[in-house]
Design a protein around this ligand. Structure first.
Ligand SMILES: Nc1ncnc2c1ncn2[C@@H]1O[C@H](COP(=O)(O)OP(=O)(O)OP(=O)(O)O)[C@@H](O)[C@H]1O
Length: 224
């Protein structure tokens, strides 16, 4: 369970990115964060990942106040998260398999275990035939699928995806959304930011942000 309680975020220069935001996301939900550019969507995701801290208010993850996590708390939190964030693209000088193995290597898993899990993750995203390719030889949609494989290789409880369909055509975007939905169906919580309204009917819930405030929210009648 992820719970924002009256969270505000002001960046240096007095930029109010979030204002008094309150909502919660239950385990296994698929939630879209919608809203125009600059609404605060990335800031919300970065807070859940422990990259940014609230200026005021409380963010609880599984009942724990993330502002109070110590130096070892953030890496521990990140192990439970799969991140698809802007600016964290694939390493261009490594092939697809090495890119997907990386999160496991970083946390000290053996190369053999990392390879086995990375192969399984690529298989799930239907990308195993590109394991030896380098990222620049892939289409945008294929690169996004590899980034999802990299995000799920650690078997996270929660996937955070910031604009995972940006720059993709509709067919590739649907493949990416379908892949995320498949993880949600297997019990993983997915929080996806998008300013592309065409995918919102795939969500259990949509939370609309504008200028740092929650302006609207709805829950699907078929929500799990
Ligand atoms: N590190 C930062 N320092 C200062 N201001 C920031 C920083 N990050 C974001 N902002 C500002 O905070 C506001 C919210 O930005 P944020 O990136 O969260 O919005 P967004 O909804 O994700 O937008 P986009 O869809 O364009 O990615 C914007 O006004 C942005 O310029």
């Amino acid at each position: 369970m992820i719970e924002f309680q009256n969270v505000s975020k002001t960046y240096a220069g007095d930029i109010a990115a979030l204002r008094d935001v309150s909502f919660s996301v239950g385990d296994g939900e698929l939630v879209f964060l919608a809203g125009p550019s600059g609404a605060g969507k990335s800031t919300l995701l970065k807070m859940i990942a422990g990259i940014e801290k609230p200026s005021s208010g409380v963010l609880l993850i599984n009942g724990q106040d993330i502002s109070k996590l110590g130096a070892s708390g953030i890496p521990y939190l990140r192990r439970k998260l799969g991140l698809i964030l802007q600016g964290q693209g694939l390493l261009l000088d490594r092939d697809v398999l090495s890119n997907v193995m990386l999160p496991m290597i970083v946390i000290g898993e053996s190369t053999d275990d990392a390879r086995t899990r990375a192969i399984a993750a690529l298989e799930r995203l239907n990308m195993l035939d590109k394991a030896d390719a380098y990222p620049l030889a892939l289409s945008g949609g294929e690169q996004q699928r590899v980034m999802i494989a990299r995000a799920i290789v650690n078997r996270p409880q929660v996937i955070l995806a910031d604009e995972p369909t940006a720059y993709l055509d509709r067919d590739n975007a649907m493949i990416v959304i379908e892949a995320l939905r498949a993880f949600q169906r297997s019990g993983v919580t997915c929080i996806i930011s998008s300013h592309d309204e065409q995918f919102l009917d795939q969500a259990n819930r949509v939370i609309y942000l504008n200028k740092g405030e929650v302006t609207d929210a709805w829950t699907s009648a078929n929500a799990a």
